[in-house]
Design a protein around this ligand. Structure first.
Ligand code: PLP
Ligand code: ZN
Length: 387
């Protein structure tokens, strides 16, 4: 049983090809992420978007476009197929008549990290690895621990000691070893180095090729829910930015498959916190990579990523989509969180609320026309951040 159309992995910088039948991390020459490629020509001939749309719910509906060859190893906790909700009351308040929100808080472990970990750990299991670790700002660790338990893998999660308590507890209860580190995700990554040497497989953002594949299913679902086209603008809270790159990859793949009714790309907006905004700084300078952000600080812990390993891919997606990167303050995030909850009943994570906080900027700058469709991503549940 081998439905996957995966053909090979390629370095996102030099293009060198790598086998998906062996364990891979990132390109050793360029120190850059590997990206999965599929036989989309075969997909164009043999796959039917309506057939996929009518399969039973969950991200494995898209199995031909996902990297697991043997579906025995396709583990699930029910992730994917999250709702896209119209926001009429918030939209009226903000002056956006066509405002929508995709609510990723519905996913297992309460955030969209479940998508990436479901696919990455399934592939890890298929490749026969046994020990996985992840340095994390929080939610990626909780999600990894859950899917590691599901797949029968040994897990180790390294996170900052001030990570929200829910992340520590959810990782511990699944049996993962939890290591609390003084400092940031970058310090947790340094701490992980010794174990990686000892054969633990590193699931860090962009340092293996398959979390991106799980995240891209958001883009497929977005296109499907908008009638096989993309909304004009998609607003995404960017930490490492893997979801943003995933949505852009989904757009390119669907366009190649010939499944889009309208091939106009969505303009992608990366929202960051003013206390940690490496993409915003790079975007303003028209740079192709980010500089390390010193002294990163924000209540939106998922955005506290001083330097992404996939920074070039994220910036490329922003430029290619004619998008934008903007920063909002923690006060604006808190106010936006209250507004979204009181007007629409959605208790978003601070990261998700940051997309709401970005709306006044986008309107005042004229970046978004009032008649355009705007989609916000609520990447997680506010419940995960209770003290
Ligand atoms: C990790 C995380 C983000 C940032 O996601 P990236 O893909 O790393 O940019 C945003 N929101 C929440 C809730 C997260 O857990
Ligand atoms: Zn390379």
């Amino acid at each position: 049983m081998n439905p996957s159309l995966l053909t090979h992995l390629a370095c996102s910088e030099c293009g060198q090809s790598f086998s998906p039948h062996e364990i891979q991390r990132f390109c050793p020459q360029c120190s850059a992420p590997l990206v999965a490629h599929y036989d989309l020509e075969a997909g164009r001939r043999h796959l039917d978007r309506e057939q996929i749309a009518h399969r039973s719910r969950g991200l494995w509906r898209w199995r031909e476009l996902l990297p697991v060859f043997d579906l025995r190893w396709a583990f699930t906790l029910g992730e994917g197929d999250t709702p896209t909700l119209a926001l009429p009351r918030l939209g009226e308040y903000m002056g956006f008549p066509h405002l929508y929100l995709k609510d990723e808080a519905i996913n297992p472990t309460g955030t969209f990290k479940a998508r990436g970990q479901a696919v990455a750990l399934s592939k890890v299991r298929e490749l026969g690895l046994q020990k996985v670790l992840v340095p994390t700002a929080g939610n990626a660790g909780g999600a990894m621990a859950a899917y590691a338990a599901r797949a029968g893998l040994k897990a180790c999660v390294l996170m900052p000691s001030d990570t929200p308590r829910a992340n520590v507890e959810e990782a511990r209860i699944t049996g993962a070893e939890v290591i609390l580190v003084t400092g940031l995700i970058s310090d947790a990554a340094r701490e992980a180095a010794a174990r990686i040497e000892q054969g633990w497989y590193d699931i860090s953002t962009f340092k293996e090729p398959y979390r991106l594949e799980g995240k891209k299913t958001m883009g497929y679902e977005i296109a499907q829910s908008f009638g096989w086209r993309f909304p004009d603008v998609i607003i995404y809270p960017a930490g490492g930015g893997i979801g943003l790159v995933g949505i852009w990859k989904a757009y390119l793949e669907l366009r190649t498959l010939g499944w889009l009714e309208k091939a106009t790309p969505p303009r992608l907006v990366a929202v960051q916190a003013q206390g940690c905004a490496p993409f915003v700084r790079a975007f303003r300078a028209h740079a192709d990579h980010c500089e390390f952000w010193e002294g990163a600080q924000t209540m939106a812990s998922g955005l506290r990523v001083p330097k992404s390993f996939g920074d070039r891919l994220v910036l490329r997606a922003l430029y290619d989509s004619q998008g934008l990167a903007i920063a909002v303050s923690d006060t604006e995030i808190r106010d936006a969180q209250r507004k979204l909850a009181s007007l629409e009943g959605i208790f978003a994570s601070p990261e998700g609320a940051a997309t709401v906080a970005a709306l006044p900027y986008l309107r005042q700058s004229g970046f978004v026309h009032p008649e355009e469709q705007v989609l916000l991503l609520n990447t997680g549940s506010g419940l995960k951040y209770l003290p």
